[in-house]
Design a protein around this ligand. Sequence first.
Ligand code: ATP
Length: 249
Amino acid sequence: MSGRITFRDLTLGYDRHPAVHHLSGTVPEGALLAVVGPNGAGKSTLFRGTVGLLKPLSGSIELAGMTSREIAYLPQSADIDRDFPISVFDFVGLGLWRRKGAFGGFGARDRAAIKAAISTVGLSGFERRPIGTLSGGQMQRMLFARVILQDARLIVLDEPFNAIDARTVADLTTLVLQWHRERRTVLAALHDLDSVRETFPETLLLARTPVAWGKTRDVLTAEHLARARQMCEAFDDAAAPCAAPSKAA
Ligand SMILES: Nc1ncnc2c1ncn2[C@@H]1O[C@H](COP(=O)(O)OP(=O)(O)OP(=O)(O)O)[C@@H](O)[C@H]1O
């Protein structure tokens, strides 16, 4: 089964105002791709479009051979409602619901799988804790445990390493590399360029439009990074809805 993504002249935005412009390219099956760019570059928007939460204003996203059940999406932690009254065990168990349905209930095998995922991320003993009591790093570990259970072909991680300590980054990076070895397609939005250089073979540098996309060492050059900064600073958020480029004149 494939985990390939194809963007065709993709424009995404809100209220008809574009946030990502005219992106074209293919993420091959099994890719480990970092998406980097300044604040407001469109990384989260691209991810929302990729997982089907935002419809393209124009162009298309093709997910070869994948249904939404085969996509695991880890949103920015700020988007998680920490006050929701749910335990770590039940939250991680949500990772099984796509396969079991919302009213499936957990059997003995499911409970064992949930406990194993919680143990893999180093949270054994936290099963009964309400999620609102977790630290930022523990929260992120819990989100990764849910992704483990989803067993997805495509894994989309929005700033998974934001505001967490080096030990947690190292543990979660180990999981990302394991998913890569398992030939899952992994996309991650990151700000720490050292982490990107160490872990991600391919990078898309975004500044509303793609600045560069390819091997990480070729993309993360001083020149490309400066251009991305300038392009984001120059972007007019009130710009009119964007027209597709005209076909051959
Ligand atoms: N729900 C929304 N409604 C309107 N505009 C939005 C919405 N979400 C994002 N935007 C706008 O879209 C643009 C791209 O934002 P996006 O969150 O995709 O950038 P980002 O690269 O993920 O930024 P960051 O690194 O700060 O998380 C920004 O101008 C932002 O204000």
